[in-house]
Design a protein around this ligand. Sequence first.
Ligand code: PEP
Ligand code: MN
Length: 369
Amino acid sequence: MILILQPNVDRSGEQYRQLISHLDDSKYFTYSIHEVQGTEQRLTEIYLLGNTAALAVDQMKSLPCVDRVVRIQEAYRILGRHGEDVRQNGFTYNGVTIDQDNLHVFAGLCAVDIPEHVEMMFSALKDHGQVTSRMGAYKPRSNPYSFQGHGASSLPWVFDLAGKYGIKIIAMEVTHESHIEEIQNALKATGNATGVMLQIGTRNTQNFELLKHVGRQQELPVLFKRGFGITLDESLNAAEYLASEGNPNVVFGLRGMKNQGGDPHRNMVDFSHVPVVKRLTRMPVCVDPSHSVGSRKRSPDGILDVFHATAQGVVAGANMVLVDFHPAPSKALVDGPQALRMNELGWFLEDVMIAREAYESRAALAARQ
Ligand code: PEP
Ligand code: MN
């Protein structure tokens, strides 16, 4: 059970003291206190753990400072949306708000290669008013002899360049706990020129020890990708590891499922699950059309499959699009064949806006019913 206290509650006040003393007296549960800082208000939530089935919602609601009471299901305790749960979702990081109501495009290189390419990418994003990007410095590869990413040595110049072009958040995968500190140190060394959203790749969805390490730091938000060969429930439970360790600032990423039914796409596009994840949890939802589709093929209407898949996710209410671009795809060290080109950025963003407007019209129509 979660007790949601009145916004901006005074934690040194008499009423709050009375509430805590009441909770301390209970033999039926233990509790933990969580602060959620939103853009406009600070919310204090108290999680009651134990035999809470015996507690009456009305009685708990009548305690001092308590605004609302949410009875939670066992699954996805912190990230889940429980019953008529209308608590705020999302977070603000480095000046950018990411929640279930808005949309950001994170276009960038699958893998960091040379400064010229990274700079061309950031510069094009700036020209198009974008402040978010993707850059892989640590690459999990199927083949041990393939390029594994430039790692920590590339971070200082990538972050400096990001700062130069006003990039506020870079989604960057980590494959080992040591990468977290390497990223934090490099950010500090560049005077926090930019920000990083730590990415958990599909191959690490159930790497619980890595999830615990990433969850223990609360400074950097997390893009958590769905496992490509496990159930949605298993992936959502794995995401909860991040929150249970202390970091609830998690975006859930759909990136296609490994399934031969998906051929000739690299993976079976699963973007019809966007509204499902938004209903089951309070996480903003990301779609990755590049790793889902895996090619630059286009249909007779002239639209690339990557654009079509993106639109399918956005028209279903996606909040983030992670997409591979490259200034010279034939020279890309990873995933060149699926990368969009720099001169396609404006077209891509305009296509995304068309799908977003369609989604907003659909949501307004539903609200009128
Ligand atoms: C990526 O985004 O670079 C990536 C490797 O994605 P995934 O984990 O979805 O394969
Ligand atoms: Mn890739």
